[in-house]
Design a protein around this ligand. Structure first.
Ligand code: N01
Length: 872
């Protein structure tokens, strides 16, 4: 090691090899495994930790009751079967001393301490571009250079200072759960205040109450907690491990949370009362966090489903706590379950039945100040001998921000993250070559079993270093495109859940001034590992690699498809259904009708009326949906999708309901004759008949005459576009606007979207070809009624065209929008980022598409308002 005086502390000292290959910050789970693995791979390593010994979070969090809340069968290293065989956990949830003992055992077993400098904080890190190395400075004034620098500094390692007036005034003993005295604390005979009721508070309060003379718990926000039901390690997990350890560990990595557990498909919102009860009681009885967060498949996306779980926990609290007012105060009511980190407890709620324990609800009587002798709240003063702050951490970014990290071109990590952390895979940041984070923001980390999340990250990093060494490369850095793409995916994935609605440490909301960004990746360990593996398989997609061995950059975004779309495609693939085009049309219709019956029904509307209207070849069935608000309303004529071959007036009902509610319009969904029995122009003629009839009967239908929008999806959009052209040519009916959702506009197969989305995105090229062949002979396809893009577009009503990124029809929709604009038609093109052709109508199934529909409807009302204004 060199010191700063010797000249390595700044930039520019580039001669020779760096002092060590890798500097690691942290000697907890992550740091220890990094050391073990790097050393085994032949890298030289220097690790630092501010603590006096190994353990990381388990070194510091020695408060009474501290224990893990992932079963220890799973909260354990799996990289070495012999290590596993050498250690036996005594409990389902081991206590802090036992976990610390385990980490000491790991350090001893691999002789790791010799490469760790304890009681040393890394304070600064500066990238030296000329020498392709980091210069790392410690609070001892030393500087060491390294090729690669890994922050294994933990997600919940920097306690948040209590932000309460008067904290320094208190004359008694003060304790922070995250920095507990090693010798322990004896509260016997003392009056104790505990501030904070997250996991640390909930674990420690029952044990503090067992000693203290009195305990006053100051609660700002109650938490959801279920009994841990601690005891011996779960026999079924032990048996599964004994049976096939490797398979069990592999299953953990293929799971959402990083440990094997039952994943349900039961939707709380639609399940029977009996099924709901059974699942809710099962979760309460199980004593596992993932049982609470996975009671229902839609628990974190559907408020109705979530409220069932919340009600269950609230009922249990009321059943345990004797004093009704205390019970109510302990019931979380202001946020959905699992949107703040839920807890496992042992006798937490029952503790409030003890005569010397009191709950103070800070929502009713906030703390005004800490005084020399206690806590003063609005209206009451509490004299105490000791205060325990269980007030949490500067989560996920606190430790990273505590080091003054200066990357390429003098950029600081603090500046790069000023609006919230920005990473590629939660592992690296653009502008900071060779700096890795273990379980950084943007990775599953705190939402998963940390042991698995850590092992996978350590292996990714060490594999990357090995690859660089083997290829004689020195630097690795993500590209701006790859990083922005990953940030977008992380944000999109959480946006379909209830989590961003709640002020939580996941959102950075517990630290004043911290940007509100959802910090971890909620897509699951399994999907995350898939993404990491894909990045590696695609020759380190999104990473720039360079060194004597050459330069390489395979730039790109690893996940562009919306998360829920991805899941739906996987689920459909798993069903193994025959391609629609391989079926007879009647069978294809039956299959589609059967599938539609299983979809969520869409929002409530005021009225549903079925009827028929006269078509050129016989009556056409329609279904009318009326808003719940008093009419008359504008009218939307809607034509369904289905390649002119399948579907009917009810096929897209969830979408029609959604449109009815969003646009506050009467939506009339009209069926039309289907191909191949009734080929072109039968459907186009029916569309025209529907348009004229609906326009003429607007008042009878509860609509405002003259206020008509035409809307359609896919083939239905093709039909309404054609009908709008005809209305212009025939001098009416008058149309306010057209809403064209993923329209078929000319069937050209030459455009890139056709090639890119040929297969596997639900609407395939082969299916689309079948639809066209059913509907329209080749000679007729240039007819504007079949291919509206080939028609005259001047003078058409304003249009909103929605396209989906992963749709073979994307480019023909976009071409229609462009051509309309070129013809002088007011047009808005809404792009469904990450969506497939079928996303838009799957209301309630593809939650991410709700934003696209909202944008389309907003664009529609903007256009109609502008037209109305122009008309005076
Ligand atoms: O911290 P927290 P924690 N005045 O942030 C309150 C992990 N962990 O240390 O919610 C009054 O959850 C704050 O109130 P509010 C686990 O992931 C795991 O308990 O902000 N109150 C909250 O009640 C966990 O989620 C285990 O309104 C104030 C509490 O303090 C994470 O660490 C064990 C306040 C802080 O709760 C953090 O848990 C322990 C103020 N000024 C922790 N400021 C295991 O079991 C804050 N609060 C493995």
């Amino acid at each position: 090691m060199l010191d700063e005086a010797a000249g390595t502390g700044g930039t520019g000292v580039t001669d020779g090899a760096p002092d060590v290959d890798v500097v690691v910050v942290g000697a907890g789970f992550s740091g220890l495994y990094l050391l073990q693995r790097l050393r085994r791979l032949g890298f030289t390593v220097r690790a630092y930790d501010t603590a006096d010994d190994v353990g990381g979070t388990w070194y510091w969090n020695r408060y009474p009751g501290a224990r893990c809340d992932i079963p220890t069968t799973d909260y354990t290293f799996s990289f070495d079967p012999e290590l596993e065989a050498s250690w036996t956990w005594s409990e389902k949830y081991a206590c802090q001393p036992e976990i610390l003992g385990y980490l000491n055992h790991v350090a001893d077993r691999y002789d790791l301490r010799r490469d760790i400098e304890f009681a040393t904080a890394v304070t600064a890190a500066r990238w030296d571009a000329a020498g392709s190395r980091w210069a790392i400075t410690t609070d001892r004034g030393d500087t060491v250079t390294c090729r690669w620098y890994v922050m294994a500094s933990g997600c919940l390692s920097v306690p948040k200072p209590p932000d309460i007036p008067g904290v320094d005034a208190f004359g008694g003993d003060v304790y922070l759960t995250g920095r507990w005295p090693h010798e322990g604390v004896d509260f016997t005979g003392l009056r104790v205040a505990v501030i904070g009721t997250g996991s640390s508070g909930i674990q420690s309060i029952p044990l503090i109450a067992a000693q203290a003379d009195s305990v006053t718990v100051f609660q700002r926000t109650p938490n959801f907690s279920i009994p841990a039901r601690n005891g011996p390690p779960p026999p079924e997990r032990l048996a599964a491990l004994a049976d096939d350890r490797a398979a069990y560990r592999a299953e953990a990595r293929r799971s959402r949370g990083g440990m094997p557990y039952e994943v349900t498909e039961v939707m709380g919102a639609t399940a029977s009362d009996e099924v709901r009860r059974e699942r809710l009681e099962g979760a309460w009885a199980k004593g596992e966090l993932f049982a609470l967060t996975g009671v229902f498949a839609d628990e974190i996306t559907d408020p109705v489903s979530n409220a069932l779980v919340g009600d269950m926990v609230r009922d249990k609290i009321r059943g345990i706590v004797d004093d009704p007012a205390t019970a109510e105060a302990l019931c979380p009511t202001t946020y959905p379950v699992a949107t703040k980190r839920p807890c496992l407890d042992t006798d937490y709620y029952a503790t409030f039945n003890l005569p010397h324990v009191r709950l103070v609800d800070l929502r009713r009587q906030p703390i005004t100040t800490i005084t020399g002798s206690g806590v003063e709240t609005a209206g009451e003063t509490f004299e105490v001998d000791a205060i325990v702050y269980a007030t949490g951490f500067d989560a996920m970014t606190g430790a990273l921000a505590s080091v003054d990290i200066v990357g390429r071109d003098g950029r600081t990590l603090r500046d790069h993250w000023a609006d919230g952390p920005s990473t590629y895979l939660g592992l690296m940041s653009e502008g900071f070559p060779n700096l890795f984070m273990i379980t950084g923001p943007g990775s599953p980390s705190v939402l998963a079993n940390m042991a698995v999340a850590i092992e996978q990250h350590v292996e990714f990093v060490t594999d990357a270093l090995e690859m660089l060494r083997d290829r004689d490369l020195e630097t690795i850095e993500p590209t701006a495109l790859a990083e922005a793409g990953w940030n977008q995916h992380v944000a999109d994935t959480v946006a379909i859940t209830l989590l961003p609605r709640t002020d939580s440490w996941y959102m950075g909301a517990n630290v004043p001034g911290k940007p509100r960004v959802f910090l971890p990746y909620i897509g699951g360990v399994d999907r995350y590992i898939d993404a990491c593996e894909e990045v590696v398989d695609r020759d380190h997609l999104g990473f720039r690699l360079s060194g004597p061995g050459g330069d390489q950059c395979n730039d790109g975004v690893v996940r562009r498809m919306q998360y829920d779309v991805m899941l739906l495609i996987e689920a459909m693939d798993a069903l193994g259904l025959p391609p629609l085009e391989s079926l007879a049309p009647a069978d294809a219709r039956a299959l589609m009708a059967g599938a539609s019956a299983l979809y969520p029904p869409g929002p409530e509307v005021g009225d549903v009326v079925d009827g028929t209207l006269p078509g050129p070849a016989g009556p056409l069935a329609y279904r009318l949906l009326r808003p719940a608000t008093p009419g008359p309303h504008p009218v939307v004529l809607y034509l369904h999708g289905g390649g002119w071959t399948v579907g009917d007036q009810t096929a897209d009902e969830p979408l029609c309901r959604d449109l009815c509610v969003r646009t506050e319009s009467v939506v009339v969904s009209v069926d039309y004759l289907h191909a191949p029995e009734h080929p072109f122009p039968a459907a186009a003629d029916d569309a025209w008949a529907a348009l004229t009839w609906v326009a003429d009967h607007a008042a009878e239908l509860g609509g405002t005459p003259g206020r008509l929008t035409v809307a359609g999806y896919s083939a239905g959009a093709n039909l309404v576009a054609g009908a709008a052209q005809r209305a212009r040519d025939e001098g009416g009916p008058s149309i306010d606007a057209q809403l064209l959702l993923c329209p078929v506009t000319d069937g050209t197969t030459e455009r890139p979207s056709w090639e890119e989305n040929r297969e596997g995105r639900m609407l395939t090229a082969s299916l689309m070809r079948w639809f066209w062949d059913n509907y329209c002979g080749r000679a007729d396809r240039t007819d504007p009624r079949a291919s509206p893009l080939l028609g005259n577009l001047a003078g058409l009503p304003p249009a909103v065209v929605v396209t989906a990124e992963f749709d073979p029809l994307r480019d023909e929709g976009a071409a229609y929008a462009e051509a309309l604009a070129a013809a002088g038609v007011p047009v808005r093109h809404v792009v469904g980022r990450g969506q497939v052709h079928t996303s838009i109508p799957l209301v309630g199934l593809i939650i991410s598409a709700a934003a696209v529909r909202a944008e389309a409807v907003a664009a529609l009302s903007g256009l109609t308002r502008a037209t109305a204004d122009a008309a005076g």
